[in-house]
Design a protein around this ligand. Sequence first.
Ligand code: THU
Length: 160
Amino acid sequence: MSTKKLVINYEEFASPSEMLPEDQELVRLAVESQKGSYSPYSHFQVGAALKLANGLIVKGANQENAAYPSGLCAERTAMFWAGANYPDVAMETLAIAGSDHGVLCESPASPCGACRQVMAEYQKKHKKPLKVILVGSKRIRKFACVDDLLPFIFDSLSME
Ligand code: THU
C-alpha cells in the first residue's frame, strides 16, 4: 500500500480586470446570460458562456421544471447546444456564473458532477483542453482543463 497525493492547479483572480481580455468578455457574458435563467423553484440563476474554437460564443442558462429532474444546468444547455449545432468545433473555454436571488455569489458556484462529466466528454471528443472559469463577485477561478475539476475521469477508455 502507498499513499498518493493529488494536486489540483487553478488560477484565482480578485476581479475580471486581472484577466486576459478574452476571458473578461466571457465573464461578462456568463453574468449576462443569467437573464435567460428559468429558476422559479431554486431562485438560483446560473449563466454560462462557452467559447468555441471558431470564435463563436454560445450562451446558456439553467432551466428548471416542476418535475425537478427534468431541468438542466446552465453549462449543459450551452454545451449541448454547441454539440448539436457545431459538432466538429472544439469547445475552448466555459465561464459559469451563479447568483442566489439575483445576487452574484461571492465565492463562485461550482459545477455539479453531471456537468463535469459532460465537460469531460467534449474535452475528450475534441482532443483539446476545455478551460473552465468559475465566476464569483469576490474571486474568480480558472482551471486549465476539466481534469482539474474532475480527477479520475470516467471516459470511454475506461470501457476498453
Ligand atoms: N445549477 C446550474 O445551472 N449550474 C451549476 O453549476 C450548479 C447548479 C442550477 C441547477 C438548478 O437550476 C439550480 O442551479 C439550483 O441547483
